[in-house]
Design a protein around this ligand. Structure first.
Ligand code: ASP
Length: 334
């Protein structure tokens, strides 16, 4: 039976046109579809213009709008293709992976480095490939880009201009598309019935450590947020001088959560290796990202903290894999 797919336009380069002040989204979802030959042969398509944003302007409020749009139409379609700007696509893909769980239908994000309107563009191939995945039972949230299929929790934008914009971090690609055929490397389990989580705790923030930074920045961020992700160096740790440890203990005792991760894109954190990190490892308030991307950690915390602030439950949920987001998990006490 022919599949029914909903194309949801949210903006991005793929839909952008030149203006006096630079590229800006202007094309509708229908126009994107019309410019992409072959899609109508694959499936029946309905189009929906949900947003028209440069993804730099996306916020967690927009993730909620996307999830609501999918939830309301989930039973009417076999899959969903979202066109989206590349700049924050990895954040959206991670967020949707936590906000739509256990769903058996594909939710495929794609976009382009060059607009559909340009002579040389990756728009057409990316959009066609996204539909190919949506009709081929690729369950769950993924990014399809430059012929790669990447799990939504594992994508990172690695290049600002080349067509090979995204890579899968510390996890194999789910598949590749070659000569118009999908070669599936990994089949993720297909959930029976989706669970939608619309609530997010938006008081989660991120601090990137730089040599010489004092604890004042961290104190400020903890004073404003329920959780602070600290992108540290290498396998992870905090400077021994300057009261960092005391800062974290103080705020965790007041019910805040600290997550240590690394600025290094691949291979994750491993706090136990060096003294600068191992002291934190046994700190009950401190969580460790291991091989989760920062994009995934950010939205996972927003999802978890919207439902509970109980430290033991937060810890358990944080280390429980969702949509292939974490392979290396901590041993839970007890
Ligand atoms: N600034 C654009 C966006 O993220 C870049 C792109 O789509 O490639 O919306």
């Amino acid at each position: 039976m022919r599949k029914r797919i909903l194309l949801i336009g949210t903006g991005g380069t793929i839909a952008s046109e030149p203006t006096e002040s630079g590229l800006s989204p202007g094309l509708s979802a229908e126009e994107l579809l019309r410019s992409t030959p072959g899609v109508r042969e694959l499936c029946d398509v309905d189009c929906m213009g949900l947003l028209s944003l440069d993804s730099t302007n996306m916020t967690p409020d927009h993730w909620q709008i996307m999830v609501r749009a999918i939830k309301e139409r989930y039973d009417d379609y076999d899959g969903f293709v979202l066109t989206h700007g590349t700049d924050t696509m990895a954040y959206t893909a991670a967020a949707l992976s936590y906000m739509i769980q256990n769903g058996g239908k594909p939710v495929v994000l794609t976009g382009a480095q060059k607009p559909m309107a340009f002579d040389t563009t990756d728009s057409r191939e990316n959009l066609y490939d996204a539909f190919l995945c949506a009709v081929n039972d690729m369950p769950g949230v993924s990014i399809v880009f430059d012929h790669k299929v990447i799990a939504g929790t594992r994508a990172k934008k690695k290049r600002t201009k080349s067509f090979a914009a995204f890579e899968s971090i510390d996890y194999p690609e789910l598949g590749v598309i070659r000569d118009g055929m999908l070669f599936r490397y990994i089949t993720r389990p297909s959930g029976e019935s989706p669970i939608f989580f619309e609530k997010l705790d938006k008081n989660v923030s991120l601090v990137k450590l730089i040599p010489g930074m004092g604890r004042e920045v961290l104190d400020f961020m903890f004073s404003k947020n329920d959780a602070v992700i600290i992108e540290s160096f290498g396998v992870g740790g905090l400077p021994e001088a300057g009261g960092f440890r005391d800062c974290i203990s103080t705020w965790c005792a007041r019910g805040r959560f600290a997550v240590l991760t690394t600025q290094v894109e691949s291979e994750g954190s491993d706090l136990g290796i060096y003294r600068v990190g191992s002291r934190l490892k046994n700190d009950p308030g401190v969580l460790e990202a291991y091989d989760m991307t920062t994009e995934a950690v950010y939205s996972k915390l927003m999802w978890i903290l919207a439902g509970t602030k109980d430290p033991a439950r937060v810890r358990e949920m944080f280390y429980t894999p969702v949509a292939c987001d974490i392979l290396r998990t901590a041993v839970l006490p007890g």
